[in-house]
Design a protein around this ligand. Structure first.
Ligand code: ZN
Length: 387
């Protein structure tokens, strides 16, 4: 049924998306003959991705981001070995290859700006070329982890005890009421669909249409789209879809209302800035931080509230009324602006505010897929050091 070439809409609240996913998975499973070393259960790339998406739905990612499956080798092998890293550099890839990884989960997307060629000229091109040549898939969650409830930003704010709120609650995704899966036995058909979708959207003269959907998985033989009911109706009008097998069902993984960018904590009890600095160092596992103190404050001054964003937080933190901002990096001018408003700024360097979450995520992830070999990079580190 999965490979039939005819349009088929299955729009029903009772249709269970997991059942569909299971059907797709079993189709892939039948095509493999290799088994995992430690288990008779073979785990497909789609199966691992569905766990990753379940833990942090890609619909939570910012619209400017580039998340999900970014590199998919032509020959899909069962996933046996998953390697987690904050950044995928050439040194990190050396280590990933030594561990025998065939899936790398890189928090930051190694592909962001479009590449026009894949040669050996730049490090980003070499990374993609090596991954494809060695059958290594690459998946990036980035801002979906930042935004998710119990995700990276919640891990960062968990340093503090108090009432926690989301600075910019996630607003757009709750409108994505449908999950649409489009598949074809022809690997070129999906690329053809992508081109036809672009032409179709341009022909609609609806400037807001890009806000009506988000492509969350783009594979060799299938595309997954989160969309509104309006977009689903438009898809239904696309004649090209008669060449595809299409399933649409209610989105049962709508993000919770406590997801979004940045976290604010009204502290249960006042803390001295000196104490806060020590607590942050312990949580992030770093020996040094950067601190900007307003004119009126010392390390013995107390604070009652904290606002935090992982990585580069200025765009979210700007204007937030908190006694202290914690993030990875801010520009000189944003720091000056904060201290003139009597806000303490603590910076850890960009990725030092993110990397520690890998341990938390991997511990949870391993419970979903206990037969996988899972490792966290030991090579990955922030390029800047404080001396
Ligand atoms: Zn970052």
């Amino acid at each position: 049924m999965y490979l039939k070439r005819h349009l088929r809409f299955l729009i029903s609240k009772s249709w269970n998306y997991l059942t569909l996913a299971g059907v797709i998975r079993s189709s892939f499973l039948k095509s493999y003959s290799i088994k995992c070393q430690n288990s008779s259960k073979m785990i497909t790339l789609n199966e691992v991705i569905s766990v990753l998406n379940k833990m942090a739905p890609l619909s939570l990612a910012e619209s400017w981001d580039n998340v999900g499956l970014l590199v998919e080798p032509v020959i899909l092998k069962p996933i046996e070995n998953v390697y987690f890293t904050n950044d995928l550099t050439e040194e990190v890839l050396d280590e990933a290859e030594k561990t025998g990884a065939n899936l790398i989960v890189s928090y930051h997307p190694p592909l962001f700006a479009p590449l026009k060629k894949i040669t050996s000229q730049t490090w980003k091109e070499r990374i993609i070329a090596r991954c494809l040549a060695n059958g290594i898939a690459v998946y990036s969650p980035h801002t979906s982890w930042d935004s998710a409830s119990n995700g990276l930003t919640d891990w960062l704010i968990s340093i503090f005890d108090g009432k926690i709120t989301v600075i910019q609650p996630h607003m757009s995704s709750p409108n994505f009421n449908y999950v649409v899966n489009i598949s074809s036995e022809n690997s070129f058909a999906v690329q053809k669909f992508n081109g036809c979708l672009k032409d179709f959207l341009e022909s609609q003269f609806i400037s807001q249409i890009n806000k009506e959907f988000k492509i969350t998985n783009y594979g060799q033989n299938n595309v997954q789209i989160l969309c509104t009911s309006t977009f689903l109706s438009l898809l239904n009008d696309m004649e090209i879809l008669s060449e595809f097998d299409l399933h649409a069902n209610k989105n049962e993984t709508l993000p919770s209302s406590i997801s979004g960018s940045g976290r604010f904590c009204q502290l249960k009890s006042s803390l001295t800035i000196g104490n806060v600095v020590t607590m942050i160092k312990e949580h992030l596992g770093v020996e040094k931080l950067m601190l900007a103190l307003p004119k009126s404050k010392t390390l013995d001054s107390t604070i009652d509230s904290v606002a935090t964003v992982a990585g580069s937080g200025a765009s979210v933190l700007r204007g937030v009324k908190a006694d202290l901002y914690l993030t990875g990096e801010m520009t000189h001018h944003d720091i000056l602006d904060a201290v003139h408003k009597n806000v303490v700024v603590v910076l850890s360097n960009h990725s030092n505010s993110e990397r520690g979450y890998l341990n938390v995520f991997v511990e949870r992830f391993s419970k979903y897929l206990p037969h996988l070999k899972i490792s966290i990079s030991t090579t990955d580190k922030d390029p800047l050091i404080l001396i």
